[in-house]
Design a binder for this molecule. Sequence first.
Ligand code: SUD
Ligand code: ADP
Length: 304
Amino acid sequence: MTFPDAPQATAHAKINLFLHITGRRDDGYHLLDSLAVFAGAADRITLEGPGDTMSLTIDGPFGQGLEADDQNLVLRAARALQTKAGTAFNGLTESFRLKLEKNLPVASGIGGGSADAAATLRLLAREWDADQAILFPIAEKLGADVPVCIAQRPARMQGIGEILAPAPVLPDAGLLLVNPGVGVSTPEVFRAFAAGGGITERPEAFLPTRWDSAEAMVADLNATTNDLQAPALSQCPVIGTVLASIGSLPECLLARMSGSGATCFGIFPNPDSAKNAAQVLNEQSARLGWWTWAGGFHHTGSSI
Ligand SMILES: C[C@@](CO)(OP(=O)(O)O)[C@H](O)COP(=O)(O)OP(=O)(O)OC[C@H]1O[C@@H](n2ccc(N)nc2=O)[C@H](O)[C@@H]1O
Ligand SMILES: Nc1ncnc2c1ncn2[C@@H]1O[C@H](COP(=O)(O)OP(=O)(O)O)[C@@H](O)[C@H]1O
Protein backbone atom coordinates (compact mmCIF):
# COMPACT_ATOMS: atom_id res chain seq x y z
CA MET A 1 0.00 0.00 0.00
CA THR A 2 1.27 3.48 -0.86
CA PHE A 3 0.10 6.42 1.27
CA PRO A 4 -2.42 8.47 -0.79
CA ASP A 5 -0.40 11.67 -0.25
CA ALA A 6 2.88 9.94 0.33
CA PRO A 7 5.37 12.23 2.10
CA GLN A 8 8.27 13.21 -0.13
CA ALA A 9 11.54 15.12 0.05
CA THR A 10 13.69 16.47 -2.77
CA ALA A 11 17.45 15.99 -2.89
CA HIS A 12 18.96 18.82 -4.92
CA ALA A 13 22.27 18.63 -6.77
CA LYS A 14 25.14 20.34 -4.94
CA ILE A 15 27.52 22.43 -7.04
CA ASN A 16 30.94 23.57 -5.79
CA LEU A 17 31.28 27.04 -7.37
CA PHE A 18 34.90 26.91 -6.23
CA LEU A 19 36.88 24.32 -4.30
CA HIS A 20 40.25 25.06 -2.72
CA ILE A 21 42.17 22.38 -0.87
CA THR A 22 43.83 23.99 2.12
CA GLY A 23 45.33 21.15 4.15
CA ARG A 24 45.24 17.50 5.06
CA ARG A 25 44.20 15.81 8.31
CA ASP A 26 46.14 12.99 9.94
CA ASP A 27 43.50 10.49 8.77
CA GLY A 28 44.17 11.47 5.13
CA TYR A 29 40.99 13.55 4.60
CA HIS A 30 41.60 16.87 2.86
CA LEU A 31 40.59 20.23 4.33
CA LEU A 32 38.54 22.32 1.94
CA ASP A 33 37.35 25.84 1.39
CA SER A 34 34.38 25.65 -0.98
CA LEU A 35 31.25 27.55 -1.94
CA ALA A 36 28.46 24.98 -2.19
CA VAL A 37 25.20 25.97 -3.89
CA PHE A 38 22.21 23.92 -5.03
CA ALA A 39 20.67 23.53 -8.48
CA GLY A 40 17.00 23.00 -9.31
CA ALA A 41 17.89 19.47 -10.53
CA ALA A 42 16.95 16.89 -7.88
CA ASP A 43 16.35 13.28 -6.85
CA ARG A 44 13.14 12.53 -4.96
CA ILE A 45 12.62 10.30 -1.91
CA THR A 46 9.09 9.03 -1.14
CA LEU A 47 7.81 7.31 2.00
CA GLU A 48 5.62 4.73 0.30
CA GLY A 49 4.15 3.13 3.41
CA PRO A 50 4.96 1.10 6.50
CA GLY A 51 7.10 -2.05 6.14
CA ASP A 52 8.52 -4.85 8.28
CA THR A 53 12.01 -3.47 7.82
CA MET A 54 13.43 -0.33 6.19
CA SER A 55 13.43 -1.16 2.47
CA LEU A 56 14.19 0.69 -0.74
CA THR A 57 13.16 0.59 -4.37
CA ILE A 58 14.80 2.75 -7.02
CA ASP A 59 13.48 4.13 -10.29
CA GLY A 60 14.25 7.16 -12.47
CA PRO A 61 16.68 7.68 -15.36
CA PHE A 62 19.84 6.87 -13.32
CA GLY A 63 18.24 4.15 -11.14
CA GLN A 64 19.85 1.29 -13.03
CA GLY A 65 23.38 2.26 -12.01
CA LEU A 66 22.61 1.91 -8.32
CA GLU A 67 21.90 -1.02 -5.97
CA ALA A 68 19.07 -0.71 -3.42
CA ASP A 69 21.23 -2.54 -0.88
CA ASP A 70 22.50 -1.83 2.65
CA GLN A 71 25.26 0.41 1.26
CA ASN A 72 22.77 2.76 -0.39
CA LEU A 73 22.98 6.10 1.38
CA VAL A 74 19.17 6.28 1.65
CA LEU A 75 19.04 3.10 3.76
CA ARG A 76 22.21 4.02 5.68
CA ALA A 77 20.64 7.37 6.60
CA ALA A 78 17.28 5.82 7.49
CA ARG A 79 18.88 3.21 9.76
CA ALA A 80 21.20 5.73 11.42
CA LEU A 81 18.24 7.99 12.26
CA GLN A 82 16.08 5.02 13.31
CA THR A 83 18.73 4.01 15.82
CA LYS A 84 19.17 7.56 17.09
CA ALA A 85 15.45 8.37 17.20
CA GLY A 86 14.69 5.05 18.88
CA THR A 87 17.08 5.93 21.68
CA ALA A 88 16.26 9.61 21.94
CA PHE A 89 12.50 9.49 21.40
CA ASN A 90 11.43 6.24 23.03
CA GLY A 91 10.79 3.79 20.29
CA LEU A 92 9.74 5.86 17.27
CA THR A 93 11.25 3.10 15.21
CA GLU A 94 8.57 1.90 12.82
CA SER A 95 10.03 0.93 9.45
CA PHE A 96 9.08 2.28 6.05
CA ARG A 97 9.20 1.32 2.40
CA LEU A 98 11.21 4.09 0.77
CA LYS A 99 11.43 4.92 -2.92
CA LEU A 100 14.27 6.82 -4.61
CA GLU A 101 13.65 8.51 -7.95
CA LYS A 102 17.22 8.80 -9.23
CA ASN A 103 17.37 11.75 -11.62
CA LEU A 104 20.98 12.78 -10.92
CA PRO A 105 24.00 10.96 -12.39
CA VAL A 106 25.84 8.79 -9.84
CA ALA A 107 29.42 9.49 -8.65
CA SER A 108 29.48 12.72 -10.61
CA GLY A 109 30.64 15.52 -8.30
CA ILE A 110 27.16 16.90 -7.58
CA GLY A 111 26.65 14.96 -4.35
CA GLY A 112 23.54 13.03 -5.38
CA GLY A 113 24.14 10.30 -2.79
CA SER A 114 24.83 12.88 -0.09
CA ALA A 115 21.68 14.81 -1.05
CA ASP A 116 19.66 11.57 -0.93
CA ALA A 117 20.99 10.79 2.56
CA ALA A 118 20.18 14.31 3.80
CA ALA A 119 16.69 14.24 2.22
CA THR A 120 15.98 10.87 3.88
CA LEU A 121 17.02 12.29 7.25
CA ARG A 122 14.75 15.35 6.79
CA LEU A 123 11.82 13.22 5.62
CA LEU A 124 11.99 10.68 8.45
CA ALA A 125 12.65 13.36 11.10
CA ARG A 126 9.44 15.08 9.92
CA GLU A 127 7.54 11.79 10.04
CA TRP A 128 8.81 10.91 13.51
CA ASP A 129 8.55 14.49 14.75
CA ALA A 130 12.20 14.24 15.77
CA ASP A 131 14.24 17.30 16.64
CA GLN A 132 16.09 18.49 13.48
CA ALA A 133 19.09 19.26 15.69
CA ILE A 134 19.93 15.54 15.87
CA LEU A 135 20.39 15.37 12.08
CA PHE A 136 23.71 17.19 11.79
CA PRO A 137 25.87 14.72 13.81
CA ILE A 138 24.29 11.80 11.92
CA ALA A 139 24.92 13.59 8.60
CA GLU A 140 28.62 14.12 9.40
CA LYS A 141 29.12 10.37 9.88
CA LEU A 142 27.46 9.52 6.56
CA GLY A 143 29.81 11.59 4.37
CA ALA A 144 31.71 14.85 4.11
CA ASP A 145 29.08 16.41 1.83
CA VAL A 146 25.97 15.33 3.78
CA PRO A 147 25.90 18.21 6.37
CA VAL A 148 25.62 20.96 3.72
CA CYS A 149 22.82 18.97 2.02
CA ILE A 150 20.62 19.05 5.17
CA ALA A 151 19.55 22.67 4.61
CA GLN A 152 20.42 22.50 0.87
CA ARG A 153 21.05 26.24 0.83
CA PRO A 154 24.19 28.10 -0.27
CA ALA A 155 27.01 27.74 2.28
CA ARG A 156 30.74 28.15 2.52
CA MET A 157 32.11 24.73 3.51
CA GLN A 158 35.32 24.37 5.45
CA GLY A 159 37.00 21.61 7.45
CA ILE A 160 36.12 18.50 5.46
CA GLY A 161 32.60 19.89 4.97
CA GLU A 162 31.35 19.98 8.57
CA ILE A 163 32.15 23.68 9.17
CA LEU A 164 29.45 25.71 7.46
CA ALA A 165 29.51 29.51 7.20
CA PRO A 166 27.18 31.99 5.46
CA ALA A 167 27.46 32.29 1.68
CA PRO A 168 26.84 35.44 -0.33
CA VAL A 169 23.21 35.95 -1.37
CA LEU A 170 23.20 34.63 -4.93
CA PRO A 171 21.91 36.45 -8.02
CA ASP A 172 19.15 34.94 -10.19
CA ALA A 173 21.82 33.48 -12.47
CA GLY A 174 21.47 30.65 -14.99
CA LEU A 175 23.12 27.29 -14.45
CA LEU A 176 23.88 24.58 -17.00
CA LEU A 177 25.03 21.15 -15.79
CA VAL A 178 26.68 18.69 -18.18
CA ASN A 179 27.83 15.17 -17.31
CA PRO A 180 29.63 13.04 -19.92
CA GLY A 181 28.35 9.74 -18.52
CA VAL A 182 31.66 8.65 -16.98
CA GLY A 183 31.68 7.99 -13.22
CA VAL A 184 34.69 9.44 -11.37
CA SER A 185 35.90 8.01 -8.05
CA THR A 186 36.23 10.74 -5.37
CA PRO A 187 39.06 8.97 -3.44
CA GLU A 188 41.01 8.44 -6.69
CA VAL A 189 40.75 12.11 -7.64
CA PHE A 190 41.97 13.15 -4.17
CA ARG A 191 44.86 10.66 -4.58
CA ALA A 192 45.71 12.14 -8.01
CA PHE A 193 45.61 15.63 -6.46
CA ALA A 194 48.13 14.60 -3.75
CA ALA A 195 50.34 12.82 -6.34
CA GLY A 196 50.29 15.89 -8.60
CA GLY A 197 51.98 18.19 -6.06
CA GLY A 198 49.20 18.83 -3.57
CA ILE A 199 48.31 22.05 -1.82
CA THR A 200 48.84 25.50 -3.35
CA GLU A 201 49.47 28.24 -0.77
CA ARG A 202 47.13 31.16 -1.52
CA PRO A 203 45.25 33.89 0.36
CA GLU A 204 41.75 32.93 1.52
CA ALA A 205 39.13 33.61 -1.16
CA PHE A 206 37.23 36.88 -0.71
CA LEU A 207 33.43 36.56 -0.74
CA PRO A 208 31.06 39.56 -0.37
CA THR A 209 27.73 39.38 1.49
CA ARG A 210 25.76 39.38 -1.77
CA TRP A 211 26.11 39.34 -5.55
CA ASP A 212 23.56 41.41 -7.47
CA SER A 213 24.27 39.90 -10.88
CA ALA A 214 25.74 36.78 -12.44
CA GLU A 215 28.50 38.98 -13.89
CA ALA A 216 29.50 40.26 -10.40
CA MET A 217 29.50 36.69 -9.06
CA VAL A 218 31.70 35.47 -11.92
CA ALA A 219 34.13 38.39 -11.47
CA ASP A 220 34.84 37.09 -7.93
CA LEU A 221 34.75 33.40 -8.94
CA ASN A 222 37.43 34.14 -11.56
CA ALA A 223 39.85 34.71 -8.67
CA THR A 224 39.10 31.14 -7.45
CA THR A 225 39.41 27.66 -8.93
CA ASN A 226 38.53 24.01 -8.42
CA ASP A 227 41.76 22.34 -7.27
CA LEU A 228 40.34 18.92 -8.19
CA GLN A 229 39.68 19.86 -11.84
CA ALA A 230 43.21 19.15 -13.15
CA PRO A 231 43.58 15.79 -11.33
CA ALA A 232 40.08 14.72 -12.47
CA LEU A 233 40.93 15.77 -16.04
CA SER A 234 44.08 13.62 -15.95
CA GLN A 235 41.91 10.61 -15.06
CA CYS A 236 39.00 11.46 -17.33
CA PRO A 237 40.09 13.55 -20.37
CA VAL A 238 36.54 13.97 -21.70
CA ILE A 239 36.06 16.56 -18.92
CA GLY A 240 38.21 18.88 -21.09
CA THR A 241 35.82 18.42 -24.01
CA VAL A 242 32.83 19.15 -21.78
CA LEU A 243 34.44 22.34 -20.39
CA ALA A 244 35.34 23.56 -23.89
CA SER A 245 31.79 22.86 -25.13
CA ILE A 246 30.18 24.74 -22.23
CA GLY A 247 32.62 27.64 -22.55
CA SER A 248 31.79 28.09 -26.24
CA LEU A 249 28.02 28.42 -25.68
CA PRO A 250 26.32 31.81 -26.19
CA GLU A 251 26.38 34.07 -23.10
CA CYS A 252 28.45 31.61 -21.01
CA LEU A 253 30.24 33.58 -18.26
CA LEU A 254 32.17 30.72 -16.63
CA ALA A 255 32.75 26.99 -17.26
CA ARG A 256 34.13 24.87 -14.39
CA MET A 257 33.96 21.35 -12.91
CA SER A 258 32.00 20.65 -9.70
CA GLY A 259 33.45 18.63 -6.78
CA SER A 260 35.60 15.71 -7.89
CA GLY A 261 33.82 15.58 -11.28
CA ALA A 262 32.97 14.68 -13.87
CA THR A 263 29.92 17.00 -13.94
CA CYS A 264 30.80 20.50 -15.17
CA PHE A 265 28.71 23.65 -14.89
CA GLY A 266 28.27 26.83 -16.85
CA ILE A 267 27.14 30.13 -15.33
CA PHE A 268 24.85 32.31 -17.47
CA PRO A 269 23.24 35.74 -16.94
CA ASN A 270 19.82 34.21 -16.11
CA PRO A 271 17.96 30.84 -16.16
CA ASP A 272 16.53 31.50 -19.67
CA SER A 273 19.98 32.10 -21.15
CA ALA A 274 21.14 28.80 -19.58
CA LYS A 275 18.14 27.01 -21.14
CA ASN A 276 18.90 28.59 -24.55
CA ALA A 277 22.51 27.41 -24.26
CA ALA A 278 21.32 23.88 -23.44
CA GLN A 279 19.28 23.94 -26.68
CA VAL A 280 22.42 24.87 -28.63
CA LEU A 281 24.32 22.00 -26.97
CA ASN A 282 21.42 19.62 -27.55
CA GLU A 283 22.61 17.97 -30.76
CA GLN A 284 26.15 17.33 -29.46
CA SER A 285 24.96 16.13 -26.03
CA ALA A 286 22.35 13.77 -27.53
CA ARG A 287 24.92 12.32 -29.97
CA LEU A 288 27.51 11.76 -27.20
CA GLY A 289 25.03 10.56 -24.55
CA TRP A 290 25.78 13.49 -22.22
CA TRP A 291 23.29 14.36 -19.45
CA THR A 292 22.36 18.04 -19.31
CA TRP A 293 20.19 20.17 -17.06
CA ALA A 294 19.55 23.92 -17.28
CA GLY A 295 17.75 26.34 -14.96
CA GLY A 296 18.55 28.32 -11.85
CA PHE A 297 19.64 27.93 -8.24
CA HIS A 298 17.37 26.03 -5.81
CA HIS A 299 17.72 28.70 -3.11
CA THR A 300 19.62 31.94 -3.39
CA GLY A 301 19.86 32.75 0.33
CA SER A 302 22.05 31.13 2.97
CA SER A 303 20.31 29.59 6.03
CA ILE A 304 23.30 29.98 8.32
C1 SUD B 1 34.82 16.46 -3.30
C2 SUD B 1 33.49 16.84 -2.70
C3 SUD B 1 33.39 18.39 -2.57
O1 SUD B 1 32.12 18.81 -2.15
O2 SUD B 1 32.36 16.51 -3.50
P1 SUD B 1 31.94 15.29 -4.52
O3 SUD B 1 32.90 15.23 -5.63
O4 SUD B 1 31.93 14.02 -3.74
O5 SUD B 1 30.56 15.66 -4.99
C4 SUD B 1 33.34 16.27 -1.26
O6 SUD B 1 34.29 16.83 -0.39
C5 SUD B 1 33.41 14.78 -1.13
O7 SUD B 1 32.49 14.44 -0.14
P2 SUD B 1 31.84 12.97 -0.05
O8 SUD B 1 31.48 12.48 -1.42
O9 SUD B 1 30.76 13.01 0.99
O10 SUD B 1 33.09 12.20 0.44
P3 SUD B 1 33.21 10.98 1.43
O11 SUD B 1 32.28 9.89 1.00
O12 SUD B 1 33.14 11.47 2.85
O13 SUD B 1 34.74 10.55 1.11
C6 SUD B 1 35.14 9.74 0.04
C7 SUD B 1 36.65 9.69 0.02
O14 SUD B 1 37.18 10.89 -0.58
C8 SUD B 1 38.34 11.35 0.09
N1 SUD B 1 38.07 12.66 0.72
C9 SUD B 1 36.79 13.10 0.82
C10 SUD B 1 36.51 14.34 1.34
C11 SUD B 1 37.62 15.12 1.79
N2 SUD B 1 37.42 16.33 2.31
N3 SUD B 1 38.88 14.67 1.69
C12 SUD B 1 39.13 13.45 1.14
O15 SUD B 1 40.28 13.05 1.04
C13 SUD B 1 38.67 10.30 1.13
O16 SUD B 1 39.56 9.38 0.52
C14 SUD B 1 37.32 9.63 1.37
O17 SUD B 1 37.45 8.29 1.81
N1 ADP C 1 21.54 7.00 -3.14
C1 ADP C 1 22.75 7.06 -3.73
N2 ADP C 1 22.93 7.86 -4.81
C2 ADP C 1 24.16 7.94 -5.40
N3 ADP C 1 25.23 7.25 -5.00
C3 ADP C 1 25.11 6.44 -3.95
C4 ADP C 1 23.86 6.32 -3.27
N4 ADP C 1 24.04 5.46 -2.26
C5 ADP C 1 25.33 5.05 -2.30
N5 ADP C 1 25.98 5.63 -3.31
C6 ADP C 1 27.43 5.46 -3.63
O1 ADP C 1 28.08 6.68 -3.29
C7 ADP C 1 29.09 7.00 -4.22
C8 ADP C 1 29.11 8.53 -4.45
O2 ADP C 1 27.94 8.88 -5.09
P1 ADP C 1 27.46 10.38 -5.37
O3 ADP C 1 26.99 11.05 -4.15
O4 ADP C 1 26.50 10.34 -6.52
O5 ADP C 1 28.85 11.01 -5.84
P2 ADP C 1 29.31 12.51 -5.96
O6 ADP C 1 29.31 13.09 -4.59
O7 ADP C 1 30.67 12.43 -6.57
O8 ADP C 1 28.32 13.16 -6.87
C9 ADP C 1 28.77 6.22 -5.51
O9 ADP C 1 29.91 5.54 -5.90
C10 ADP C 1 27.64 5.27 -5.14
O10 ADP C 1 27.98 3.92 -5.37
